[in-house]
Design a protein around this ligand. Structure first.
Ligand code: CP
Length: 324
């Protein structure tokens, strides 16, 4: 596993939540909560990252993660550059590391990377200069650590911090989902009472994965008594040939409808990382209904990314100009 830490144990990179313990997760959630404001209120801003430059390198599409990392960096006083990968020299065949070393020479301090290829984010983290941090914004089907943290923050805001009392049901395309893997890691670290995986066979992860998760083949079997219902997007882009029903049939068997949601606890919350396929994995009445916290998840994304950026980018002493 990639070492994400400095010699003193502090977090330098964030590639995965796998190695984070409960106290460390709780501290990150506390710091994230510090940056949450009600909609309409003045957002928090400070100069924690003044003088720092953050590069967003996304080789897969993104709305929420890219924009919220950008907003988070700016609210901490950093300069944030979004690299249009299609317009950069990577499109001419330049390697990721050559691009990164070029940006390092331009005094970039943090790289936020989304990539469809497993291992690219850790590979970059292994090759950057010691003062540089690398954050995953989503790695293949493996990991989306800031999404996991914002999901945990949302659950904590709605249900309190006694995770051992909670039943979390993850429903849908778990097999291809980095969101599900990071959710599993963060909820396990927080000691969640029960974690259920609900999916058709073709979308269930391999048997050795999610070892603490209880598996159910239908929502009717898996949703009763759930406190949290986390819906996942069907990820056609990561499926070669999955044995799954088509859109209408999938919605009929697995889509979260109002009657199906009634199987869970009456105060259950509904989550979805977005983008959503309305009418395939979730009905609009549920996505926009009173139990949905989907927009709260998005709002929390900025707060979590502010906390993570502030954590990894430590203050540095002023250096004399090179060559003097
Ligand atoms: N939840 C999420 O990662 O959304 P984006 O793909 O829009 O960043």
């Amino acid at each position: 596993m990639m070492n994400q830490r400095r010699a003193d144990g502090s977090l330098r990179h964030l590639i995965t939540l796998e190695s984070l313990g409960r106290t460390e997760v709780e501290t990150l959630l506390d710091r994230s909560q510090h940056y949450v404001r009600p909609l309409g209120a003045m957002p928090p801003s400070n100069r924690t990252l003044a003088g720092r430059t953050i590069g967003n390198l996304f080789t897969e599409p993104s709305t929420r993660t890219r924009v919220s990392f950008e907003v988070a960096g700016r609210r901490l006083g950093a300069e944030v550059i979004n690299l249009e990968v299609q317009l950069s020299s990577r499109a001419k065949g330049e390697s990721m590391l050559d691009t990164i070393h070029t940006l390092e020479a331009l005094h970039f301090d943090v790289f936020v990377i989304r990539d469809s290829e497993p291992g690219v984010v850790a590979h970059v983290a292994n090759h950057v200069a010691p003062h540089v941090s690398v954050l995953s914004a989503g790695e293949a089907h493996l990991s989306h650590p800031t999404q996991g943290l914002l999901d945990a923050l949302t659950v904590r805001q709605c249900k309190g911090d006694r995770f051992e009392r909670l039943c979390v049901a993850i429903v849908g395309d778990i097999r291809h989902s980095r969101v599900a893997r990071s959710a599993y890691e963060v909820f396990t670290a927080l000691g969640v009472g029960e974690l259920r995986l609900i999916a058709p066979r073709g979308l269930m992860p391999e048997p050795g994965e999610f070892p603490a998760g209880r598996r159910f083949s239908t929502p009717e079997a898996g949703l009763p008594d759930a406190d949290v219902v986390m819906m996942l997007r069907i990820q056609k882009e990561r499926m070669a040939q999955a044995d799954i029903p088509d859109g209408d049939e999938y919605f009929a068997r697995y889509g979260l409808t109002v009657p199906r949601l009634r199987l869970a606890r009456s105060d259950a919350i509904v989550m979805h990382p977005q983008p959503m396929n309305r009418g395939i994995e979730i009905a609009s009445e549920v996505a926009d209904g009173a139990q949905s916290v989907i927009r709260q998840q998005v709002r929390n994304g900025v707060a979590v990314r502010m906390a993570v950026l502030a954590e990894v980018a430590r203050p540095r002493p002023l250096a004399r100009p090179a060559g003097t």
